[in-house]
Design a protein around this ligand. Structure first.
Ligand SMILES: Cc1nc(NNC(=O)[C@H](CC2CCCC2)CN(O)CO)c(F)c(N2CCN3CCOC[C@@H]3C2)n1
Ligand code: NI
Length: 187
């Protein structure tokens, strides 16, 4: 199982690479890795398992964070309502591609963090408010999802990792809480 010791931290060169497209049909190794990444997220959101295995909670994980420079991310995004069983999106996305996006931008009110960054980096991280993403799932099926708000922020954070981009690259250096006209704050 994946634990925090498997997650590489900022400064590790793999985090700054552009990850490689995954060949189709998916190999057993890639499928197994995808399931392991999803298992990490599920475990990390379970208070007992998170404590037992000392996992930082996560709603997304990108393969480069476990030193696998391939284009695969896992997202496990619960509904905002407390204890709601439904998930906005829970899937492993192979070769995810943003095929269209809104002109409007949004950012998370609390800013962002990263399992590969062991420090707080305050500031707004502006991203597309709405995105349409195509990807292959672990069954090799092509999927197309339209995401907005919180889920759109999470998936963009993960796809950034596939392109060697860290969330703080997007924070305004002069004024971290600078917001351009019309940027929507998601709380
Ligand atoms: C927003 C949030 N970020 C958490 N961590 N950071 C991450 O996921 C990083 C990715 C996110 C950082 C901002 C956008 C994407 C990991 N990243 O580095 C991967 O590239 C959380 F854990 C979290 N939640 C809310 C839902 N809750 C359900 C119950 O269990 C606890 C869980 C906590 N929300
Ligand atoms: Ni991250």
């Amino acid at each position: 199982m994946i634990t925090m010791k498997d997650i590489i931290r900022e400064g590790h060169p793999t985090l700054r690479l552009v990850a490689k497209e995954v060949e189709l049909p998916l190999s057993k190794e890639v499928i197994d890795l995808g399931h392991e990444m999803m298992e990490f997220l599920v475990n990390s959101q379970d208070p007992e398992l998170a404590e037992k295995y000392e996992l930082r909670a996560g709603v997304g994980l990108a393969a480069p964070q476990i030193d696998q420079s391939i284009r695969m991310v896992a997202v496990h995004i619960p509904g905002i309502e407390e204890d709601s069983e439904d998930y906005i999106l829970s899937d492993v996305m192979v070769n995810p591609k943003i095929v269209s996006h809104s002109v409007q931008s949004s950012c998370l009110a609390e800013g962002e963090g990263c399992l590969s960054v062991d420090r707080d980096v305050p500031g707004y991280v502006p991203r597309h408010s709405r995105i349409t993403v195509t990807y292959h799932d672990l069954n090799g099926e092509k999927q197309k999802v339209r995401l907005k708000n919180y889920a759109a922020m999470v998936v963009q954070h993960e796809i950034d990792h596939l392109n060697g981009v860290m969330f703080y690259d997007r924070i305004n250096e002069e004024n971290p809480y600078q917001l351009d006209e019309g940027v929507n704050i998601i709380s």
